[in-house]
Structures are given as structure tokens and as C-alpha cells.
Write a protein that binds this ligand. Structure first.
Ligand SMILES: NC(=O)c1ccc[n+]([C@@H]2O[C@H](COP(=O)([O-])OP(=O)(O)OC[C@H]3O[C@@H](n4cnc5c(N)ncnc54)[C@H](O)[C@@H]3O)[C@@H](O)[C@H]2O)c1
Length: 51
């Protein structure tokens, strides 16, 4: 069973890179971001989102 991780600030610089790394490791990613600073285009395909 794969691990599921919650990444805050997933649309930002650090969060989007952490999400990419976790997905490469086979983890399921749930991203939390209010888009106050990041951009939706940074969110990796396949990441589930919470606003
Ligand atoms: N090319 C580069 O080297 C490069 C580019 C950009 C940034 N940086 C560096 O990266 C660092 C910043 O990266 P970061 O990822 O910490 O910041 P960020 O602003 O990129 O990401 C923060 C994310 O958190 C979200 N957020 C903020 N408050 C929130 C809240 N209350 N609830 C939900 N989401 C919320 C924002 O919408 C944003 O997407 C700085 O040190 C900057 O200098 C480097």
C-alpha cells in the first residue's frame, strides 16, 4: 500500500517540488493551498487538491 502525504503550499515553489519528489517515490499527494501566493499551474498532475 502506498503512503499518502499532505503537502501545504503545494502551488508554491517549495511545495510543488516536494510534491513532485513524493510522486516520484510513489506516494499519493494531497495538496493544500489557498492560492494567495502560488499558481495553480505549479500543481502536479495527479495531485488531489484542497482549497
Ligand atoms: N527559482 C528559484 O530559485 C526560486 C523561485 C521562487 C522562490 N524561491 C525561493 O523559495 C522560497 C519561497 O518558497 P515557498 O514555497 O516557501 O513560498 P511560495 O510563496 O512559493 O509558496 C507558498 C504557498 O503557500 C500558499 N499559502 C500561503 N498561505 C496559505 C494558507 N494560509 N493556506 C493555504 N495555502 C497558503 C501560497 O498560496 C503559496 O502557493 C523563498 O526563499 C524564495 O526566495 C526560489
Amino acid at each position: 500500500m502506498s503512503e499518502t502525504v499532505l503537502i501545504t503550499g503545494v502551488a508554491g515553489f517549495i511545495g510543488s517540488h516536494v510534491a513532485e519528489h513524493c510522486q516520484k517515490l510513489g506516494m499519493k499527494v494531497i495538496g493544500l493551498d489557498d492560492l494567495s501566493g502560488g499558481v495553480i499551474g505549479n500543481v502536479r498532475p495527479g495531485a488531489r487538491g484542497l482549497a
